[in-house]
Design a protein around this ligand. Structure first.
Ligand code: ADP
Ligand code: AMP
Length: 213
């Protein structure tokens, strides 16, 4: 099963993608996580990506597509994957589609997690991400068991640089201009499913499970 998660930054794509990955036994592939890991490790890719990420802009398509295609060519992606944060532009979606078509394959579901902009800013300021494993929490809605500490790996939880309010506003503008058109793209392919992302994360997941079966 090949799934694409769509939605604004902070809509809950990562939260749901991790649950899908666990439930259906497929890898969770997040280009944002791949970039952050590279930033943390100080690689050349990380240095290049960081300049865009800090401003809330998109990393150029050419670089992002290369990273993603390398990742999904790995053995663990053979039986499917859930993509979180990719594609984010029409050219990215077109390359992915063309590569899958070459393999006689296609995306099975594009799940659009729908959350209005008003809710997003509130959510992002409360998001805390683990520096160790990338797990995400919310200080009010999805708190860790112990404040500031990751439940899964014991790592430190931080506010991401790009979750500061001004950057979030820019990321939302970028989302509307460049990523939202993917809703029409995947509607055209007949695979778009929209879920209400404003409800409790367990209820969002229940709606997704009823789509995926
Ligand atoms: P995205 O991957 O789309 O950027 P995340 O999954 O990281 O979004 O979620 C953004 C923030 O909102 C996180 O702090 C997360 O814990 C919180 N969150 C996720 N789903 C919900 C929900 N259904 N209700 C309230 N908060 C949520
Ligand atoms: P995310 O964790 O998905 O919110 O991504 C964090 C940041 O990484 C984004 O704001 C972009 O700067 C960059 N990024 C992640 N995925 C992509 C993508 N598919 N295309 C371009 N930039 C991306």
């Amino acid at each position: 099963m090949k799934i694409v998660m769509l939605g604004a930054p902070g809509a809950g794509k990562g939260t749901q993608a991790k649950m899908i990955a666990e439930q259906y036994g497929i890898p969770h592939v997040s280009t944002g996580d791949i970039f952050r890991m590279n930033v943390k490790n100080g690689t050349a890719l990380g240095m290049e990506a960081k300049a865009y990420m800090d401003k809330g802009e998109l990393v150029p398509d050419e670089l992002t597509v290369r990273i993603l295609l390398d990742r999904v060519a790995q053995e663990d992606c053979k039986n499917g994957y859930v993509l979180d944060g990719f594609p984010r532009t029409i050219p990215q979606a077109e390359v992915l589609d063309a590569e899958l078509t070459k393999l006689g394959d296609a995306i099975d579901y594009a799940i659009n997690v729908d959350v209005p902009d008003e809710n997003i800013i509130r959510r992002m300021s409360g998001r805390r991400a683990c520096v160790g494993c990338g797990a995400t929490y919310h200080i009010v809605h999805i708190p860790p068991k112990k404040e500031g500490i990751c439940d899964k790996c014991g790592g430190e939880l931080i506010l991401r640089d790009d979750d500061k309010e001004e950057t979030v506003k820019n990321r939302l503008n970028v989302y509307h201009a460049q990523t939202q058109p993917l809703i029409d793209f995947y509607t055209g392919k007949g695979v778009l499913k929209t879920v209400d992302g404003t409800v409790d994360s367990a209820d969002v997941f229940a709606a997704i499970k009823s789509i995926l079966g």
